[in-house]
Design a protein around this ligand. Structure first.
Ligand SMILES: [Zn+2]
Length: 91
């Protein structure tokens, strides 16, 4: 696992094998200041773009907001692939 940090303010962890973002965190006193976004940009550069948001169904609410804010590619997974099919209704 690779970790990018701003000491005690923000942290971004990425799974080395897949490039999946496992964890993103910003201290509550330092949110909305762009720290997590800056870490994402740095990780993106360090990994030559091989960094991916977790699949939609695997994200926390914070992770989902983060992915929406910074943009960039998202991993797909097998386990959640047919969630959308649950809207099918039988008579
Ligand atoms: Zn899944």
């Amino acid at each position: 696992m690779d970790v990018w940090t701003v000491d005690d303010i923000a942290e971004l962890k990425v799974e080395q094998a897949t490039g999946e973002i496992l964890w993103v965190w910003t201290h509550e006193d330092h949110r909305e200041q762009g720290h997590a976004t800056a870490l994402y940009r740095q990780a993106h550069a360090d990994l030559n773009g091989q960094i991916y948001h977790a699949p939609d169904g695997h994200r926390t609410d914070d992770g989902d907001r983060f992915a929406t804010r910074v943009g960039g590619p998202t991993l797909t997974c097998g386990c959640c692939a047919d969630l959308d099919d649950d809207s099918y209704q039988e008579d």
